[in-house]
Design a protein around this ligand. Structure first.
Ligand SMILES: Cc1ncc(COP(=O)(O)O)c(C=O)c1O
Length: 468
């Protein structure tokens, strides 16, 4: 009943907005109610049947890890959570103060323009223009979104039609896949290859490589977009200029849109190149994604953006308007002030140094234990190779991890027996390629120093005996 009347209301509205005369409107309503009632009685056997796009989803890794951590034995509580990439500390005071004062302003508590607050777009244009070597147009080349994630969803919604193909490198940030599939797109995976010596010794994240021939052979006439991520989650690789040039040239040759996810663009420890800046031809095809949450330690604020040419950005704005209309006003204002004042506080240099310091400090535990890791060039994740760790053979794992690759078991064991949570990276691979990382675990170091030390302490005491 409810379904019918809602539907009817929508049709009435549609008819009204399309200037239907009242008579035909009444006729239409009657017809539509009849049709609806007929189709409901014929097909709606389970009124609560979910859509296929959510029905088939396995329990996600974040829920498994967070729930396991919450249920760890009492003597290990609170579990040292180095799993999810949220910060263990607050945004800097100048950004927090900006958010607090924005809440006192009437206009900051109301809808923002759908494309974002003018102050934030201008602040971003000012901050990013130097990288592009020209003045970005804040009105036409930047659009604000609800976090980078919704920005990418809007980009896929804007350009992907049913059966269009989107190339994604494995490992991938897990949200890409459902975001591509929602508009009906098909994900085509191209694996990144791990360092050959990755299980024997610590290697650089730079050694994870793409086979350009493999990439080119994944391109078909249906390829519409490619997703890049640099600095990379979970690998910590910063793509070199040569790698980006090769990928960009291929996209120009085949006229493929590039979605460059650069949410960790302030956390790089080697030279960082933005693909959009390599040539006008590449720039024409490229949308770059950013995240205020990652830049200012405020992942809960959900402020993100896309930068790119007008012929791409205007359609992302159009999709964003239909998905969530506009994004959180006061926090856009605070993010704008963050960008305006960052240099004055030397914030970008400080945050990069601080994160690199945390990374170095935390990784000393792996040197001490003799476990190799992939030394990150950017971001705040480190992948550690645990091939040398032999878990007790008689250990009983619950169903939820028993049929998953070895990294899930390692992860479970670390939570339940040591009280340290990490993320199993096979979750960022397709089942066919999961074997590439089944011996690795991902740790997030964006935590307070006492948390890093406590994790080190637990790993030192609990893991040593299992390392062969
Ligand atoms: C590679 C990558 N892209 C995008 C995001 C999402 O960013 P946001 O929180 O701004 O939506 C994340 C968050 O972890 C990420 O790791």
């Amino acid at each position: 009943m409810i379904v019918t009347s809602n539907c009817c209301l929508r049709r009435t509205f549609f008819a009204l907005t399309t200037n239907c005369p009242p008579r035909s409107l009444a006729k239409q309503q009657t017809l539509s109610i009849r049709r609806r009632a007929l189709s409901c009685s014929m097909t709606r056997s389970d009124p609560f049947k979910p859509a296929a796009r959510v029905a088939g989803q396995r329990q996600d890794v974040w829920t498994i890890v967070n729930e396991a951590a919450a249920a760890a034995p009492e003597h290990l509580q609170p579990v040292v959570n180095m799993g999810q990439g949220f910060f263990g500390y607050n945004p800097p005071d100048f950004v927090l103060d900006a958010a607090k004062s924005a809440l006192d302003r009437v206009e900051c508590n109301q809808y923002s323009p759908t494309k974002g607050r003018p102050r934030l777009k201008k602040a971003l244009a000012d901050a990013y223009s130097p990288f592009y070597g020209r003045k970005l147009d804040p009105e036409k080349e930047i659009t604000i979104t609800t976090g980078a994630n919704e920005g990418m969803l809007s980009a896929f919604m804007a350009f992907i039609e049913k059966d269009d193909e989107v190339i994604v490198f494995e490992p991938f940030f897990d949200q890409y896949v459902s975001n591509i599939e929602m508009p009906g797109g098909k994900v085509v995976y191209v694996p990144m290859h791990p360092p050959l010596q990755g299980a024997m010794k610590t290697t650089s994240a730079a050694e994870w490589s793409i086979d350009m021939k493999e990439l080119e052979s994944a391109i078909t006439p249906k390829t519409r977009m490619i997703v890049l991520n640099t600095p990379h989650n979970p690998i910590g690789k910063v793509f070199s200029k040569a790698e980006l040039q090769a990928i960009g040239d291929l996209c120009v040759k085949h006229q493929i849109i590039i979605l460059s996810d650069e949410v960790y663009d302030t956390l790089y420890y080697v030279p960082f190149t933005r693909i959009a800046t390599l040539s006008p031809e590449i720039a024409k095809l490229t949308m770059t994604v950013g995240s205020g949450g990652k830049n200012f330690y405020a992942t809960g604020w959900r402020v993100g953006w896309l930068i790119g040419p007008e012929h791409l950005i205007k359609y992302v704005s159009a999709a964003h308007t239909r998905i969530c209309y506009s994004s959180v006003s006061p926090l856009q204002e605070a993010t704008a002030i963050g960008f305006e004042e960052a240099e004055k506080h030397d914030f970008w240099n400080k945050s990069k140094k601080e994160m690199q310091g945390k990374m170095k400090k935390f990784n000393t535990i792996w040197d001490e234990l003799g476990l190799p890791y992939s030394d990150p060039e950017g971001g705040y994740f480190v992948l550690v190779n645990m091939a040398k760790v032999q878990l007790p053979e008689d250990y009983v794992f619950p169903d939820i991890v028993a049929d998953r690759p070895r990294d899930f078991k390692l992860c479970w064991y670390l939570i339940k027996e040591l009280g340290v949570a990490a993320i199993p990276p096979t979750e960022f691979f397709t089942p066919e390629n999961a074997h590439i990382v089944e011996d690795w675990l991902r740790f997030a170091v964006c935590k307070n120093d006492d948390i890093l030390e406590s994790a080190q302490d637990r790993l030192r005491k609990g893991l040593k005996q299992y390392i062969k």
